[in-house]
Design a protein around this ligand. Structure first.
Ligand code: ADP
Length: 414
């Protein structure tokens, strides 16, 4: 397969978070063979963080060349629309202003309707709007980016790639919450998130350990957001996240599972829904317990007792969730760590795995673990433990290229 010059034909991948917009540019090769996956290659990446607070633009080409590193007055980049346009403008200079042939968006919630990436039209947008209450911190920004592009370039193909889609098709046992059944029928069910990351890890496992992928695998995506996924034969069968991205593991600032009675207690104290939402999403998790930071590196470096407690609790809860998912799977053939903490922190992996020695015979190879090697367990370990960095944006580029081809828009370059 030939790889054209990055400037021949490009896809943009947009990941709009609560206070940041990230845009990656991928070069798309000619699709000579219809039955072969198109592998776009990263050409450039730009991001603005601190939107509405202290905006900072950073952009670099894939070879590492920095094309922008600049702070802006807050009034200049006051919203996601402005941020997106500035990043696009900045990157277009480096790419000699090649117009993109498509834009792939990360969209957090696809609800019950979307089991795969989809071409965006008015009907899709309406369905995604209806899901805003289920992902209040992310979905509105995902939609802002989609609408901004639609207004500026209506004919440009846009694709929504969902964090929920990889989990579509879970057995009702994994989807139910024990509320009156009518709510399940109305969509109040456990969906699961981080699906783009898990889909990528399934592809990677297929490359590096296809035998393991065929078995019962738990993948721990431990970043600022954190969840775990149970996979059987490469398909998701359960996840620790539920209706929203709050459930399961404690995270940087999100609570993870809490007794619903605690929420009722807060409401009875006079906290309104917005205040409770702010606390559960933004003031809980590692930050809430430690009172020090939401950042795992800062907690590991701290001597504070509550920072230590937060890390201990994090490791304990991760191990508990692995046990729970192993029950769904009926056993455990491999454990994979990924995302910021999972792929980079030997200490957190070691603490989680220490809880798994008694039950699963997990035994880490300390040297391999300290080096973040691909396989970090001893040969004699009851369960192999792997470390695989994730690439959610690469996954979005892949799905977008596939839909481009399905739409007949990916012939050879003119
Ligand atoms: P996001 O969910 O925003 O994509 P990341 O996957 O980048 O987040 O993960 C961010 C988390 O990873 C932070 O808590 C950060 O401290 C942690 N992290 C990154 N590198 C390391 C490291 N070497 N050791 C421990 N934690 C790390």
């Amino acid at each position: 397969m030939s790889t054209p010059h990055p400037a021949n034909r490009v896809i943009l991948v947009v990941n709009a978070g609560s206070s940041s917009v990230k845009v990656s540019v991928y070069a798309v090769p000619d699709s000579a063979h219809d039955n072969v996956d198109i592998q776009p290659t990263l050409a450039a990446h730009g991001q603005i963080e601190g939107i509405g607070v202290a905006p900072r633009l950073m952009a670099r080409m894939a070879d590492g060349r920095v094309v922008a590193d600049e702070r802006f007055p807050v009034e200049q980049i006051s919203d996601h629309d402005a941020a997106f346009r500035l990043i696009r403008l900045t990157l277009s200079v480096g790419l000699r202003d090649t117009p993109p042939v498509a834009i792939g968006h990360r969209v957090v919630h696809g609800g019950a309707d979307f089991a795969d990436a989809v071409r965006i039209d008015d009907e899709v947008i309406a369905k995604l709007e209806a899901l805003v209450p289920l992902a209040p911190l992310h979905q509105p920004h995902n939609l802002t980016a989609i609408r901004a592009v639609r207004a500026a370039v209506p004919e440009l193909l846009q694709v929504a790639c969902f964090d929920t889609a990889f989990h579509a098709g879970h057995d009702p046992l994994a989807q139910l919450m024990a509320l009156p059944y009518e709510y399940y029928e109305r969509g109040v069910r456990r969906y699961g998130f981080h699906g783009l990351s898990y889909a990528y890890i399934a592809r990677r496992l297929h490359q590096v350990a296809p035998d393991l992928l065929e078995g019962r695998v738990v993948v721990a995506h431990l970043g600022n957001g954190a969840s775990l996924c149970a996979m059987r034969a490469g398909k998701s069968v359960d996840s620790t996240m539920g209706l929203t991205a709050l459930d399961g593991m404690p995270m940087g600032t999100r609570c993870g599972s809490v007794d619903p009675g605690a929420i009722l207690w807060l409401a009875a104290q006079g906290m309104d829904a917005d205040a409770i939402q702010n606390m559960l999403y933004g003031q809980s998790g590692l930050k809430g317990i430690s009172g020090v930071s939401s950042d795992m590196r800062a907690l590991l470096a701290s001597n504070d007792q509550r920072a230590k407690l937060a890390v201990d609790f994090y490791a304990f809860r991760a191990a508990q969730e692995i046990g729970k998912l192993a029950v769904t799977l009926g056993g455990l053939d491999a454990l994979v760590f990924t995302a910021g903490i999972g792929a980079n922190s030997p200490e957190v992996r070691a603490r989680i795995c220490a809880h798994l020695t008694g039950l699963f015979g997990v035994a880490l190879d300390d040297a391999a673990n300290n080096e973040n090697c691909q396989r970090v367990s001893q040969d004699a370990s009851g369960v192999p433990v792997l470390v695989l960095p994730t690439d959610e944006e690469g996954m979005i580029a892949l799905s977008t290229a596939r839909i481009l081809r399905e739409c007949g828009r990916l012939g050879p370059c003119p």
